[in-house]
Design a protein around this ligand. Structure first.
Ligand SMILES: NC(=O)c1ccc[n+]([C@@H]2O[C@H](COP(=O)([O-])OP(=O)(O)OC[C@H]3O[C@@H](n4cnc5c(N)ncnc54)[C@H](O)[C@@H]3O)[C@@H](O)[C@H]2O)c1
Length: 258
């Protein structure tokens, strides 16, 4: 990690994004937290400050290009250089058979998960190219690699994000800008627990049975710890990972192996 570096982390207000903010702050990085939810960002900002780093919460709606442009302008006004961009924010989108997916929900899912990452890269890249340095990490999913039935918008967005990652990596590598994707499996936390609850309710099975099925999909029989995802992001931004670019790295406890 470069000394005195600065990272923008989208969706840094909670969950995996918050863990990434904490991990990078622990590595001595100042953090611009770009999230749609101002209250959530304040919590993350205090964690970053407790780690001794500067935190700059910038309210951003990733589905709105003007909002992203304003956020990046604010980031550059607060910190002259951006070394790292983590495109983490994402929404699950609808769960429905393809023919029942509302076109607006399709658009909303692709807007946040895919177009938002493009918007951020578009705005941050000129300065990274000028400096000849940058590290971009896109948080995709194992669903970017294999089907997830009844989740066509999410899977399409995450598969697109991996394609975007590879193509951009090939485009900007000569500027010492690395672009990688991290693909988490099922991450432990309130979000997955409420999914288990809903599935248990819908199928008449117990919460424990639903949870066990999901755990059993992975080689290690576990859910993923969000800190393991954050730790991988930190590694990809470190000098040790200098020659790793254009990759999509699973952190899935062995759920997906390609
Ligand atoms: N949780 C999992 O099991 C899992 C598995 C694989 C991949 N992922 C991916 O990891 C990323 C983070 O997931 P999470 O579970 O921590 O999510 P989360 O829902 O806990 O947090 C998402 C964050 O993004 C923010 N956000 C949502 N819409 C936004 C918008 N339009 N503009 C700006 N910010 C917005 C939210 O306010 C929130 O702070 C997502 O891209 C998700 O697809 C998660």
């Amino acid at each position: 990690m470069r000394r005195n570096s600065t990272a923008i982390v989208t969706g840094g207000g909670r969950g995996i994004g918050q863990a990434i903010c904490e991990e990078l702050a622990d590595a001595g990085v100042d953090i611009v937290i770009a999230d749609i939810d101002a209250n959530l960002m304040e919590e993350t900002a205090s964690l970053v400050r407790s780690a001794g780093q500067e935190a700059y919460p910038v309210q951003t709606d990733l589905s709105d290009f003007d909002s992203v442009r304003d956020a990046v302008d604010q980031a550059f006004a607060s910190c002259s250089e951006i070394d790292v961009l983590v495109n983490n924010a994402g929404i699950a989108g609808p769960t429905a058979a393809c023919e029942d997916v509302d076109p607006q929900e399709w658009d909303a899912t692709l807007d946040v998960n895919l177009r938002g990452a493009f918007f951020m890269c578009r705005e941050v890249l000129p300065a990274m190219k000028e400096r000849g340095y940058g590290r971009i990490v896109n948080i995709a999913s194992v669903t970017g690699k294999r089907p997830l039935v009844n989740r066509t918008p999410y899977a399409t967005a995450k598969m697109g994000l991996i394609g975007f990652t590879r193509t951009l990596a090939a485009e900007v590598g000569r500027h010492d800008i690395n672009v990688n994707a991290v693909c988490p499996g099922s991450v432990d936390g309130p979000r997955i627990r409420s999914v288990f609850e809903r599935q248990a309710e819908a199928t008449g099975r117990s919460f424990d049975a639903v949870e066990a099925d999901v755990k059993n999909e992975s080689a290690r029989g576990e859910l993923v710890d969000k800190r393991a995802v954050a730790n991988t992001v930190r590694y990809l931004c470190s000098d040790d990972a200098r020659q790793i670019t254009g990759q999509d790295i699973n952190v899935s406890a062995g759920k997906v192996m390609y």
